[in-house]
Design a protein around this ligand. Sequence first.
Ligand code: KPL
Length: 294
Amino acid sequence: MKITVVGAGAVGCLFACQLQEAGHQVHLWTRRTPVTSLSFTALTEQETTYTFASNDPQALTASEMVLICVKAFQVNAAISAIRHYLNAHAIVVVSHNGMGTTADLLQALPHHPLLFATTSQGALKPQQAKIIHTGQGPTFLGALNTAGEQPQLAALFHQATGHCEWQADIHAKLWQKLAINCAINPLTALEQVANGELAASQYRGQLIALCEEIASVMDKEGYPTSVESLMTTVLSVIKATAANYSSMNRDIHHHRQTEIDYISGYLIQCAHQHALSVPNNKALWRAIKQREQV
Ligand code: KPL
């Protein structure tokens, strides 16, 4: 398949290398300096160099699938930059942390098959042309509109990127991921600690309070869960990614804008619509917004 990956961050580069390795024709579209070659370190530590066509409007127009891997707050700008080049049938798959971009996507691209991919694969990009695969987690793919109902695409991702499952309701998976990110990301960013540090008893009360608020919002959103089940998931991710620094930890560390408005901010917005109070999540949202100014 002819595929354009928009965004050359860690996840975009990881998908680009995996799709190219699986035999697809991958073109990269980035805001910054075009990326033409990437050294990829696999989980086996084997290193391979992949070369890509980059920032070529003709290649973008020829693409059958466009995979948008930018931060949630960059989605609108990315769509504005590419939409006039897209061919009418191009399938558009969006992948980012957090929630809250769907309405804008549906409005900007009403006639394209639109899908969302949420992934737990881990990748690090220590340098511009270097990408390291750090963890193999599942990817879930699902439709955002009727034209996006293309379950066969899960097989394409499964073959290229490792375990990928089709989801009849992708929002169920997005809420699960949002819960994990609301619990882990702001705390690890404010404390500047690795994910594993949150297993310490000093954080247990705060994690439970966050999960109670998240469960109450998920219930009203039609995705009922229990505090116990959320805590079990959060603690297992803390353990599985103990040595990792969360994406928000890295953003604060490097003085970059974070995805807080699409993580805790999205939860707060939904809570507000249901007249629910989420003081613990709000306090973390406020604290991150203050740290972003520094
Ligand atoms: O998704 C993540 C992130 O860092 O954004 C987790 C799951 C917390 C892993 O670090």
